[in-house]
Ligand binder design. Structure first.
Ligand SMILES: C[S@@+](CC[C@H](N)C(=O)[O-])C[C@H]1O[C@@H](n2cnc3c(N)ncnc32)[C@H](O)[C@@H]1O
Length: 209
């Protein structure tokens, strides 16, 4: 895909094979892991590096597993996702909200409520990402971080066209563009924490101004 296309974000990038309301697709819980165990381990290890004692965390696009390390002890761990049973089964969450970000990108949280916002292996399902990232900037405290982790698996009918038609480099550029366009961030940093021989782990990290 042409670089200019990724920078201009034409609406066609966000088309999906199944454009019916997401509530239908996520009606039934899926108690499955979406990346390999070693990749989950690498993500947890990264979270352990950046989290601090008492940090308030928003796990956006959450499910029954948040990949958070056992320590340090955290403050609020809010989970927002599409399936109530999955969220109810997630032992790390202190707060649970079922909310369709594609229908309504406004986050149901106060400004400056969190130190971290994590989006784990789910970014490819957002059709209004800039609006969501503006909201992420709003709910993050100054110096807070958004961490988008990506790999190469997806629910094909629900992933946006851009993720089907581009390779990893372009996807990373696209996510970086979301953060840049949203405003409120110092920029975005890319980290490759792929363990090797299993699902890759690519991280895009934005720091709130
Ligand atoms: C591949 S799963 C990943 C779940 C979890 N983050 C993980 O790492 O295992 C995709 C998640 O995205 C969430 N999701 C998909 N579409 C969404 C939407 N429109 N609004 C909010 N969450 C959504 C679903 O609830 C689902 O839990």
């Amino acid at each position: 895909m042409a670089k200019a296309n990724l920078e201009q974000l034409p609406p066609t990038l966000f088309e999906r094979l199944d454009d019916s309301p997401d509530t239908k697709f996520y009606q039934e819980p899926r108690f499955v892991a979406h990346i390999d165990e070693k990749t989950i381990g690498a993500l947890s290890a990264f979270y352990r590096e950046i989290l601090f004692n008492g940090a308030d965390v928003l796990d956006l696009m959450s499910s029954w597993i948040s990949h958070l390390p056992q320590d340090p002890p955290l403050g609020i761990v809010a989970g927002l996702g599409m399936n109530a049973a999955e969220l109810a089964a997630n032992p790390r969450l202190t707060d649970r909200v079922v909310h369709d970000l594609n229908a309504d990108p406004i986050l149901p949280y106060a400004a400056g409520a969190f130190d971290f916002v994590f989006i784990a292996v789910s970014i490819q399902y957002l059709v209004r990402p800039i609006e969501v990232f503006k909201e992420i900037a709003r709910v993050l405290r100054a110096g807070g971080q958004v961490i988008v982790s990506t790999s190469h698996r997806c629910f094909p009918t629900k992933a946006i066209r851009a993720f089907h038609e581009t390779g990893p480099q372009d996807r990373i550029q696209l996510i970086t563009e979301y953060i840049r366009r949203a405003g409120g961030f110092r920029g975005a940093e890319f980290l490759d924490r792929s363990p090797g021989g299993v699902d890759p782990l690519w991280l895009i990290c934005g720091t709130r101004k």
